[in-house]
Design a protein around this ligand. Structure first.
Ligand SMILES: Cc1cc2nc3c(=O)[nH]c(=O)nc-3n(C[C@H](O)[C@H](O)[C@H](O)COP(=O)(O)OP(=O)(O)OC[C@H]3O[C@@H](n4cnc5c(N)ncnc54)[C@H](O)[C@@H]3O)c2cc1C
Ligand code: SF4
Length: 347
């Protein structure tokens, strides 16, 4: 498969980058590592005539702050750098460990956090070469007029398949977007549409400059990923769990364990959960926040009963379709198991 012809631009400032895309109109598209965009172009799923690299914009290549004040990660920071950054590993281990599950070491050297958060949605009937898709007369998402997953549906159900998206939603990250019209901050929660075609609340001409993570005062988070091959595969279910605790009141038995980053964690048996989020990825066009799971946890200690209740809520809410790997009913059942795993890791 060959890339179509396109012109390639390498702006050095944000102002220049947003001007180029504004001038290019719908024919322009940003590229970072290209590990998603270039295969899509080879398959003629996306066909920009002007491709604008964001890799040489200094603001997008830096990481500033820490867990005490909050961290800002530039959109073009590579996944390898995310995995190895000492402050991310120390203060936001969930980000480093989720990034470590993405694709392969070589692809992580190229792929960026920004590209990951803006990843195209995926579907077995769409992630195929042009001839394959032509053989089924294409589909609603590109060049066709029927959805092969749900033929009666006017909506595309292609799946949000980024590993970092559920984590960003769970921890309350914010994204800074810039265009020639100005700048805005948006919450990761609410940034993703439940529509496999129009999957982002981002205008085409907006540049994702950086990702703002909240200070780590008293919360912790974990991520569990279901995939066929341990070496590399997209998630066909991802569960992000976030909890914060009331501190200082604990007089009950202490539960302790070692976190994935090597730190020792200790929670008093009487500590209460003050806030919680369970977010499911890889099963729908947008990440799914399971409010019922949060309700089962908030105000309670993190014990067996609460974990089971939250897992049951995740199971009920998960409604995967038959458009990725594995049987959809089994993926639904795994939502329960992976929620248990994510919460057990926090315990
Ligand atoms: C074999 C293989 C396996 C993979 N496995 C996984 C996996 O397990 N989990 C997973 O999450 N992903 C996976 N991926 C997808 C991809 O590699 C990663 O998501 C990667 O992080 C994408 O980043 P990128 O910089 O290469 O994005 P690009 O391809 O450069 O861009 C992706 C999209 O983001 C837009 N974009 C990029 N940066 C900006 C910006 N700053 N502002 C505005 N728009 C921007 C582009 O226009 C494009 O639409 C896999 C890919 C391959 C090829
Ligand atoms: S969900 Fe339907 S419309 Fe969307 S990519 Fe798959 S087959 Fe195409």
């Amino acid at each position: 498969m060959r890339l179509p012809k396109f012109s390639y631009r390498t702006p050095r400032t944000i102002a220049e980058a947003v001007k180029i895309i504004a001038d290019a109109g719908p024919e322009g598209q940003f590229v970072a590592g290209g590990t998603d965009l270039y295969p899509n172009m080879k398959r003629r799923q996306q066909t920009p005539r002007t491709v604008i690299s964001v890799m040489r914009l200094p603001e997008l290549n830096q990481v500033t702050g820490d867990g005490g004040q909050g961290l800002v990660i530039g959109g073009s920071v590579t996944l390898t750098d995310i995995c190895e950054h000492p402050i991310i590993k120390r203060d936001y281990p969930v980000i480093a460990s989720a990034a470590r599950t993405i694709s392969t070491p070589i692809l992580r050297n190229m792929g960026t956090i920004g590209g990951n958060l803006l990843l195209d949605t995926r579907c077995n009937y769409y992630d195929q070469n042009y001839e394959w898709r032509k053989g089924i007369n294409f589909c609603l998402k590109k060049d066709g007029d029927v959805c092969w997953v749900a033929p009666g549906s006017s909506k595309c159900w292609a799946v949000q398949s980024s590993d970092l998206v559920p984590v960003m939603v769970a921890i309350g990250a914010k994204f800074r977007l810039v265009s020639t019209l100005g700048e805005r901050m948006v919450d990761a929660a609410g940034f993703y549409n439940d529509d496999g075609i129009d999957y982002l609340k981002k205008r085409h001409d907006e540049l994702l400059v950086d990702i703002h993570l909240p200070a780590t005062n008293g919360w912790r988070a974990s991520y569990q990923k279901l995939r066929r091959r341990g070496a590399f595969d997209f998630p066909v279910l991802g569960v992000a769990a976030y909890i914060s605790f009331s501190t200082g009141s604990g007089s009950g038995p202490i539960m302790s364990g070692t976190l994935p980053d090597g730190r020792v964690s200790a929670i008093s048996g009487s500590d209460r959960i003050t806030d919680a989020k369970i977010v499911l990825g890889g099963i729908a066009p947008s990440p799914i926040e399971v409010n019922e799971a949060a309700q089962a946890l908030i105000g309670q200690p993190l014990n067996e009963d609460q974990i089971q209740a939250a897992a049951e809520a995740a199971y009920v809410k998960a409604r995967p379709l038959d458009n990725t790997d594995f049987v959809m009913n089994w993926r639904k059942q795994m939502a329960r198991q992976y929620t248990i795993r994510a919460l057990e890791e926090l315990r």
